[in-house]
Design a protein around this ligand. Structure first.
Ligand code: FAD
Ligand code: NDP
Length: 318
């Protein structure tokens, strides 16, 4: 075990983690980042490494591939002085400071922690899904909906929560029609979102309907579905299939030491990055179930870094 006590350890390497790294490194806190090794099934660099073109991150008017954006963020973190270990954190001890961080490679101590481990979109593992992932199938309508592939084409959204309703509504801007597949006869979404969805003439809700297979060769051409009451099957022609069946925040390694909300996201004090343990901050999708964008993750990474810096300097002067 290392006996050095780090000022700050950052866990996770998406836009939130790298922004926190850039800010804490520039504040001369010499941050140590664990970027993960296929943690939560995602490569170091996070969810954007799994996508093609990013067109909504400011500063890149022509857009750029997700992996390139993350390479650039990593290079900037290193340039500012961040030390990066390609290890996954397996457990932490938050019972006292300095906090203990355990990885596959050793044990480390830190005065403050920034948790930026992201979230993983749930998938259905349908036949055809692997082949057609990002070739018509996506788990983020806001990210991918505007692609030319989907313009004026029929689209399918699966889910009945706020995300599904919001994404179906958003997709009506691009698709010719949006089929919303709901496995029960009710939407789980808030009343306002339900009303908006039900009243949108471009959204067709299919109640009691489950997807069976994603169809297509090079890109998606349709979705085979089943009515789970009658057993009847049909093929819905579609160029796009969007999963909106929830996300799983990557919090297992915390082993219940921090407060989570009812859906498993890390709780932060509203308007701050502070968690339920002093000195532990959270940023990005691991604490955000509403916006879930690279730029909001980066913004909250900045907040976490500034708060860690303030806490350390307050403690130094007292
Ligand atoms: P993530 O990007 O999820 O990164 C977290 C990282 O932490 C991962 O690398 C993970 O492996 C690592 N990690 C997890 N657990 C551990 C651990 N125990 N130890 C060490 N490391 C760990 N947003 C946009 O703004 N524009 C887009 O165009 C866009 N496109 C998208 C396309 C797809 C297919 C997806 C899935 C998402 C897209 N998003 C987009 C959303 C965006 O990717 C996320 O909002 C953003 O990446 C969240 O950043 P984050 O830093 O919170 O975490
Ligand atoms: P939810 O967990 O609320 O909803 C998931 C939906 O997917 C449910 O309708 C569920 O069906 C359905 N589902 C789950 N698994 C499957 C499956 N295997 N096959 C078919 N359907 C499935 O997730 P959301 O992402 O919608 O929302 C998460 C949280 O974020 C909620 O608290 C929500 O209110 C909040 N949110 C708020 C927003 C806002 O305020 N603007 C925007 C987006 C999210 P069933 O109902 O049958 O379980």
């Amino acid at each position: 075990m290392s006996t050095t006590v780090e000022n700050v350890i950052i866990i996770g390497s998406g836009p939130a983690g790298h922004t926190a790294a850039i800010y804490t490194a520039r504040a001369d806190l010499k941050p140590l980042m664990f970027e993960g090794f296929m943690a939560g099934g995602v490569a170091a660099g996070g969810q954007l490494t799994t996508t093609t073109e990013i067109e909504n991150f400011p500063g890149f008017p022509e857009g750029l591939p997700g992996p390139e954006l993350m390479d650039r963020m990593r290079a900037q973190s290193v340039h500012c002085g961040t030390r990066i270990e390609t290890d996954t954190v397996t457990s932490v001890d938050l019972s006292k400071r300095p906090f203990r961080v355990v990885t596959d490679g050793g044990e480390f101590l830190a005065q403050t922690l920034i948790l930026a481990t992201g979230a993983t979109a749930k998938r259905l593992s349908l036949p055809g899904e692997e082949k057609l992932w990002q070739r018509g199938i996506s788990a983020c309508a806001v990210c991918d909906g505007a692609l030319p592939l989907f313009r004026q084409k029929p689209l399918v959204v699966i889910g009945g929560g706020d995300t599904a309703c919001e994404e179906a509504t958003y997709l009506t801007k691009f698709g010719s029609v949006v089929h919303l597949l709901v496995r029960r006869d009710v939407l789980r979404a808030s009343k306002a979102m339900q009303d908006r969805t039900k009243n949108n003439p471009k959204i067709q809700i299919h109640w009691f309907t489950e997807a069976l297979e994603a169809l297509g060769d090079k890109t998606l051409t349709g979705v085979k579905v089943k009515n789970n009451q009658t057993g009847a099957t049909e093929v819905i022609e579609a160029a796009g299939l969007f999963y909106a069946i929830g996300h799983e925040p990557n919090t297992k390694f915390l082993d219940g030491q921090l407060e989570l909300d009812e859906t498993g996201y890390l709780k932060t004090v509203p308007g701050t990055a502070r968690t339920s343990v002093k000195g532990v901050f959270a940023a990005g999708d691991v604490q955000d179930k509403v916006y879930r964008q690279a730029i909001t993750a980066a913004g909250s990474g900045c907040m976490a870094a500034l708060e860690a810096e303030r806490l350390l300097s307050e403690e130094e002067t007292h």
